[in-house]
Design a binder for this molecule. Structure first.
Ligand code: CTP
Length: 396
């Protein structure tokens, strides 16, 4: 998919810049040509020599470098690529991009380009959470900029949380998805999947039997049709799909936040089996039977993610919910569609006798504004492919 593609890689100033060296190697191994651009701050973290050696091409650094202007002007440089990637994209770079600044070579290329742009943000978690960065991110997404990551984890500054640059493999996947062809190419689709875990104490939680198999199959089928897929998953027992942007969460509230961060999207498929309640009085230490009486758990209702997305100011064009029912499947699903405000409901009977929850097959009813379709029992991968085809028809 990447063979022969030209990628301009802008390396910003962050400790994650070292990962961009690996990204260059991986892009070239996949057959892409990499034109590296190093910002002044980026050059504090990686040397032009190592970037040029790995890219096998000259590094562009300065807007006013006349030699570069005679060989390749900055306008030409901004258009010669098939895709511009900014990795790492610092908070400052995102702010400049969102504001349309052009005060160095990198920002000038980004403003002058007519090609798609993908950013891999990397920054301290407080900077990532700051209202200004949130605003800039929303603006960049609205401007059509693709975003991969950031991941959560230990940070160079000693803190833990979201802000780490996505791994080179994930960036490579996002780049490949950007070049994908198919009816959903250029469309961004959110899929939620798996169960959520609601903590009782640090070692115990409340969960459900969802394996994540149906959501994973849907994400894969959408990817195969060329969609750029954001896959928000609870702790599922099946492996994550490849070639999609995975956001792993634990609780319903984490999932809501991740879904919120993923908007805007063209379509949302909410296949997750979200816990309806969480433990309000979760214990901060392990509950000990030797020193404590039998615990009494108090529950409070979790946010309804599907309902929130259906009435969101950034509501996707197509919102699809699932209905896990054990009786009156179609009737319950029909009222659920109205109650949640979504466009379609994929209803299934999850009574233990059906073997659907945790199994490899599914038997679904598609409830839309036009009525109910009963699909025959088939492998979850086939349900996913049929649903992805329907989504492609609805979006194009
Ligand atoms: N859902 C959600 N957030 C919740 C609960 C459910 O987004 N807190 C979504 C699921 O992902 C699914 C749909 O809502 O797409 C229906 O989930 P289901 O568990 O069948 O319905 P409930 O909302 O739990 O309603 P009920 O208790 O009546 O079955």
């Amino acid at each position: 998919m990447l063979a022969g593609k030209h990628v301009t890689l802008i390396i910003g100033g962050g400790i994650a810049a070292y990962k961009s060296l690996d990204l260059i190697r991986k892009l070239r191994r996949a057959g892409a040509h990499v034109t590296p651009v190093l910002t002044r701050a980026g050059a504090e973290f990686v040397t032009p020599l190592s970037v040029a050696a790995l890219a096998g091409e000259q590094v562009y650094q300065d807007l006013f470098d006349l030699k570069d202007e005679t060989e390749m002007g900055h306008i030409q440089l901004s258009r010669a690529a098939d895709l511009l990637v900014v990795a790492p994209a610092t908070a400052d770079m995102m702010a400049k991009m969102a504001g349309g600044h052009a005060d160095d070579l990198a920002t000038t290329l980004l403003l002058a380009t007519d090609k798609p742009v993908l950013i891999a943000p990397a920054m301290n978690l407080r900077m990532w959470d700051h209202a200004a960065t949130r605003r800039n991110l929303a603006q960049l997404r609205a401007d059509g900029v693709g975003v991969v990551g950031p991941d959560s984890g230990d940070m160079a500054c000693g803190e833990f949380g979201p802000g780490r640059m996505a791994e080179p493999d994930a960036i490579l996947d996002a780049i490949a998805a950007g070049f994908a062809s198919g009816p959903l190419a250029g469309k961004r689709v959110l899929v939620t999947s798996g169960p959520t875990h609601e903590p009782i104490d640090p070692v115990r939680y409340i969960a459900n039997r969802s394996s994540g198999a149906q959501g994973t199959a849907i994400a894969t089928a959408l990817r195969d049709l060329g969609a750029d897929v954001v896959f928000v998953t609870g702790p599922a027992s099946v492996a994550h799909p490849t070639g999609v942007h995975v956001v792993a969460v634990e609780t319903a509230r984490d999932m809501l936040q991740a879904v919120h961060d993923a908007l805007p999207v063209d379509a949302a498929v909410m296949a997750a089996a979200v816990a309806d309640w969480r433990v309000e009085n979760a214990f901060t230490q392990k509950i000990k039977k030797t020193t404590q009486a039998t615990p009494e758990l108090m529950f409070s209702e979790n946010p309804d993610i599907l309902k929130t997305v259906s009435s969101h100011e950034l509501r996707p064009k197509l919102v699809i919910g699932f209905a896990a029912e054990t009786e009156n499947v179609v009737a319950n699903a029909t009222t659920k569609r109205a109650r949640k405000g979504c466009d379609w409901i994929v209803a299934n009977d999850v009574s233990p006798a059906t073997g659907i929850m945790g199994g490899a097959e599914n038997s679904v009813h598609l409830v839309t504004a036009h009525g109910v379709e009963d699909w025959p029992r088939m492998p979850k991968t086939d349900v996913a492919r049929q649903l992805a085809d329907r989504i492609a028809k609805a979006l194009t």
